[in-house]
Ligand binder design. Sequence first.
Ligand code: DAK
Length: 258
Amino acid sequence: MSYEYILTEVPAPGVGLVRLNRPQALNALNNALMKELHDALSAFEADDGIACMIVTGSERAFAAGADIKEMLDTPYIDMFMRPTVTANFDFSRYKKPLIAAVSGFALGGGCELAMACDMIVASETAVFGQPEINLGILPGGGGTQRLTRAVGKALAMEIMLTDRRLTAQEAAQYGLVNKVVAVESYMDEAIKIGQKIASLSRVAVRLTKDAIQRAFETTLQEGLQAEQHLFYMAFATEDKQEGMTAFAEKRKPTWKHK
Ligand code: DAK
């Protein structure tokens, strides 16, 4: 499929990459771009050859936020009634792990997009922020919830109430990103993580992601119970048998993904 605002590729076996490609607007997220992003991710999600997905932008900008010029003329009733943008920051529909490879600006919806992914690899030039307050609005793509859970209330308040921006190093220090690497190698690093995931049992990966996500949706007791069920489920898989047999036989497992 050909797209106007994104590029797709498979940079390594099992790894699907979506690159936001609207350089003249610093990858501002308009509705068409977000639709293409989800179309591409859905295609990778449905592709048995893909185990893990990466979302990235350019070195200068991951994404500078939702498209302000598009939102400028969007009346309340359209925002409320037409779920074009509204549904766009819910990534829970994707069962395969998602990595955000972030360089440059990750502001507003760009920061929210990165946080909607499962992991973030940042280049040392990455800048994270939620500057919506300057526009007379507030974060609407999960920022008030995901950022607060990631960095805590006090810093989240400062970021969202005063437009305090986090450098990549600060983002790492506060637990928002997995790692910070040189701008020349952040893509390689994200692909390396993707390859590692692609080398594992896809069924075990899926169960694990599912279990971790419960930590954000449930009480501890419910989460522990969900983990138990998912753990028992793993014992019904051929990959559990293969993984443990391979360990006992001192060889590498050959996953069947079932
Ligand atoms: N929207 C539209 N265009 C943008 C943009 C944006 N967010 N950010 C940058 N651009 C455009 C600029 O207008 C400029 O275009 P031209 O003037 O050349 O045509 C071009 O990108 C280059 O930008 P600058 O000339 O400004 O470049 P600088 O290096 O000087 O500054 C900057 C870079 C990132 C600091 C600056 O561009 C900036 O402050 N951008 C806006 C950042 C921002 O406020 N982001 C938050 C937007 S609000 C929702 C969910 C989420 C959201 C909304 C709804 N629902 C679920 C309903 C999210 C809202 C937001 O993200």
